[in-house]
Design a protein around this ligand. Sequence first.
Ligand code: WQD
Length: 344
Amino acid sequence: MSDDRTVLVTGGAGYIGSHTCLVLLEAGWTVVVLDNLENASEVAVDRVRELAGPAGTNLTFVRGDVRHGADLDRAFTVAPVDAVVHFAGRKAVGESVEHPLWYYDHNVGGTVRLLEAMQRHDVRDLVFSSSATVYGEPERVPLDEHCRTGATNPYGRTKLFIEEMLRDVAASEPGWRIALLRYFNPVGAHPSGRIGEDPVGIPNNLMPYLMQVAVGRREHLTVHGDDYPTPDGTPIRDYLHVVDLAEGHRAALDRIDVLEGAVAVNLGTGVGSSVLDVVAAARAATGHPIPLAVGPRRPGDAAEVWADPTVAADLLAWRATRTLAEMCADHWRWQQANPSGYRG
Ligand code: WQD
């Protein structure tokens, strides 16, 4: 489907970006990565090239920032770009509350610069890394793409603003085909254990924190509240294997011709798992007791968030296939082989 097509992947050295680059190389795409390495390591790009085998020669890395037009022009001129997958941006909810301007500058400002560069280079196919966080406090579960949106933090607001901006751009001139992929909770790693999630500092998210406990970097997991209106009292989320998610991006590029304008698509399994479900699966995968302490609820956390993945199946012919056990086994293999991530 894509044997002679080139895709520019912004933020392609990151967790989801690196897994997506590998899937696209394996599918025959030529891949150009633009990344400023502020929150990623070029080692990830090298390992993607290694894992891709002969297709690894079709991967070019450009160190640069989506906020700088000249860097974007360098990336667009490596090879004739046919489509863009846009990951580059900041993504820590807590940090966004403390430094909202970093998020508006990087996420919103960077996307404006990218869209201008796409116009300069006459590229109109775009897959955007959005997030289920745009749903804010869920109107209902499972969440479908028509559910009310609203953000509860600056990070989520940037995703929402960017989705609206992309709709406006698509309406302003013909030819735009844009997939707004709303990720639920990406976890896991490539089964090789060579690429994976490499959070800087103390992980905010559940799975990387659990795995750092199992590998001995953290003492215990603090469960943020066990008094929610759920079967075991802990919040429920839709955890999704990062390789399933990466394949969702390939599906969006392969089916982008069916999109008119900007179209939102949930990428989730449609299955909810509680915090304690994930802890049990992580204990089974790691063989580690993973001690727990129950702490207060985390502000902004909802009780239940999981996806209705029907649109992805109907529009993109994509469904998640990997189980929570596989997510934990693959995340653990990465963590064990890379106790300090890419930083050696
Ligand atoms: C999951 C559950 C926590 C850590 C976030 C972002 C969202 C998206 C995915 C980018 C919650 C509980 C967690 C811990 C815990 N990111 N938990 N102890 O909050 O659903 O979504 O990541 O797009 O935007 O909001 O994921 O992994 O942080 O939390 O008890 O040490 O685990 O309370 O119930 P979340 P999470």
